[in-house]
Design a protein around this ligand. Structure first.
Ligand code: ADP
Ligand code: TRP
Length: 321
């Protein structure tokens, strides 16, 4: 099956991003055809600093390669390297009722929070529709916040097809209910906006400092402790196999150790888990030209895949004359 996903280049990745979206995508590469791109045009709705956007784009590429994006199996590119997306975006605009965009939650939220809105923020779902429809994916794996955007893409595709025939593949999303919401150091959902994250590639000392701040119950050292609702345990279990989970549960039940001990253990577990990824990141950071080459090859593959659809759309609409 062909799975398509867009990655916002938004800075340091945390373990919520990893277990919530990156790992499922990396794991899916063995059995599916993955199309993944860095959504740098989309990022312009929030980043208006050229150096910063270029830097974040390369950082996202470096991080995803380090975390296991396999470009032999998958197609991985930067959105702006495939200009056919912009062409389709414009063509689809004529099939997008303004009311459809006015109803988009993400746009309405920004308005409600008093952001100075602009056209790119408003038309963001049309660009996302073009990202999707250009590649006819079978499934778009999404978090709940993106469902409405895929529904808008469906509506646009249906309108287009009603006019020109069965050309665009009507997109289907999938929310993976098995993916856990990773708690942050305060027990709320881990998120950059709550400042409660543990980063994947943080410095060891900073990572330990963050982990020591995880909120836990205050119970005397010698007493048994509950693991079920403990933030330390709930983060640790993501990294542990069944036996290691049982061993940790027993340490909680036995008493004689405090949450401080479990935090040190968690810090070690996380550090070890990401060791091979860290090493790959160091390699790619030292070889940024190689990363650019990989992205360039990805863009060629993506452009090839886009040709069939864009030609059909040009023919149908009369843009090809
Ligand atoms: P943040 O909330 O830190 O800004 P994003 O909204 O950029 O994170 O999330 C990027 C991806 O990571 C999304 O697919 C989202 O579903 C996933 N994700 C983010 N935080 C978590 C979490 N705490 N648990 C599970 N998945 C998460
Ligand atoms: N809007 C998505 C997000 O904020 C990123 C994205 C852009 C995307 N284009 C896409 C996701 C196409 C899936 C398909 O996370």
């Amino acid at each position: 099956m062909r799975l398509l996903t867009g990655i916002q280049p938004s800075g340091d990745l945390h373990i919520g991003n990893y277990f919530g979206s990156i790992k499922p995508m990396i794991d899916a590469q063995d059995e599916n055809e993955i199309f993944a791109f860095i959504a740098n045009y989309h990022a312009m709705t929030t980043i208006n600093d050229g150096e910063k956007l270029a830097h974040l784009t390369m950082q996202a590429a470096t991080d995803f390669l380090a975390l296991g994006m396999d470009t032999d199996k998958s197609t991985f590119w930067v959105q702006s390297d495939v200009k056919e997306t912009l062409e389709l975006y414009w063509i689809l605009s004529s099939f997008t009722p303004t009311g459809l965009l006015e109803r988009a939650h993400s746009y309405k939220d920004k308005v409600a929070h008093g952001f100075a809105t602009n056209h790119s923020l408003f038309s963001y779902p049309v660009l996302m529709a073009a990202d999707i429809l250009l590649f006819s994916p079978d499934i778009i794996p999404v978090g709940k916040d993106q469902i409405q955007h895929v529904e808008i893409a469906r509506d646009i595709a249906i309108k287009f097809n009603n006019r020109y025939g069965d050309i665009l593949k009507i997109p289907t999303y999938k929310v993976d209910e098995n993916v856990a919401t990773v708690p942050g150091i305060d027990g709320q959902k881990m998120s950059k906006s709550y400042n409660n994250t543990i980063n994947i590639f943080g410095e060891q000392k900073l990572q330990l400092k963050k982990i020591k701040k995880i909120i836990t119950q205050d119970i005397a050292l010698e007493k048994p402790k509950e693991y079920e609702n403990c933030n330390v345990y709930n983060i640790a279990k993501l990294f542990l196999n069944e036996q290691e989970c049982l061993d940790l549960q027993n340490r909680y039940k036995k008493g004689g150790e405090g949450h401080g001990h479990f935090k040190l253990y968690l810090a070690d577990v996380i550090w070890e888990y990401y060791k091979p990824f860290r090493e790959r990141k160091i390699y790619y950071q030292a070889h940024q030209d190689e990363v650019r080459d990989i992205l360039h090859v990805g863009a060629i593959k993506a452009k090839e895949a886009a040709q069939e659809m864009i030609q059909k759309v040009r023919q149908a609409t009369g843009i090809a004359y």
